[in-house]
Design a protein around this ligand. Sequence first.
Ligand SMILES: NC(=O)c1ccc[n+]([C@@H]2O[C@H](COP(=O)([O-])OP(=O)(O)OC[C@H]3O[C@@H](n4cnc5c(N)ncnc54)[C@H](OP(=O)(O)O)[C@@H]3O)[C@@H](O)[C@H]2O)c1
Length: 264
Amino acid sequence: MQIDLAGKTALVTGSTQGIGAAIAAGLARAGARVAVSGRGADSVDAALERLRGQVPDGDFLAAPGDIATDEGTRQVLDALPRADILVNNLGIFGARPALEISDEEWRRYFEVNVLTAVRLTRAYLGGMTERSWGRVQYIASDSAIAIPAEMIHYGVSKTSLLAVSRGFAKAAAGSGVTVNSVLAGPTHTPGVEEFVYGLMDSSLPWDEAQRAFMREHRPQSLLQRLIEPEEIANMVVYLSSPLASATTGAAIRVDGGLIDSIVP
Ligand SMILES: NC(=O)c1ccc[n+]([C@@H]2O[C@H](COP(=O)([O-])OP(=O)(O)OC[C@H]3O[C@@H](n4cnc5c(N)ncnc54)[C@H](OP(=O)(O)O)[C@@H]3O)[C@@H](O)[C@H]2O)c1
């Protein structure tokens, strides 16, 4: 399969590091022009430098702004008034006992993990349907289906994204625009690496530490290791491509078989 995104412009939210940065690199390798997003101009500039090192002929542009705020969203939309591919990757997570999650914290998770994606979809979807081509994706999580007891606010926000995705797919029916969500499983990002070493012997080499972590704490994973961000990115790049034209309204798992279910 040849994936060619030449002539397409993409916005990947939360792409200064982790899964978002891998998606930005993957889309750029496929020929798309990619807008990189993060809260601060400095972090976006540093990410652009790293991405240009990884993909020397990649076409990247900066789209800084805190998209959890109206002003930050406006900044991003000014930097990129039109997008053919929107990857709503931004998401925050953190453990908190269910009975201790305040209203304020529930609202914050809804604002950052759900409403940012809704707002950007609203901003770009009309243009995509007018041009009869577009790709919108939401990075959800295995936590959307298997709500973690230690972060139900996170899980609920990811379940919401599945509904948002299915709903906007209906709004785009018959238009040539596809809308999907990708359920990522435990992935090797800077935050997760820190989390793993917090639980495992810090003198272990990374490969051993992460395999021991998976064995002890995520035994249901069929992959038995963390997922690399590029492995999530590969699915997102495929779904962003013309080759994925018949996949819409779907929730696609890249969870290493973590969710014990035969239903997607
Ligand atoms: N890591 C995992 O194991 C895992 C598993 C399943 C699903 N996921 C999902 O995958 C997505 C990415 O996760 P990750 O672990 O790669 O994330 P991450 O490493 O924590 O990166 C978060 C990104 O979001 C940006 N960001 C944070 N708040 C922002 C805001 N208000 N406006 C704009 N940008 C903002 C950060 O940039 P700045 O700091 O520069 O603002 C950074 O680029 C999330 O939706 C997460 O829920 C992750």
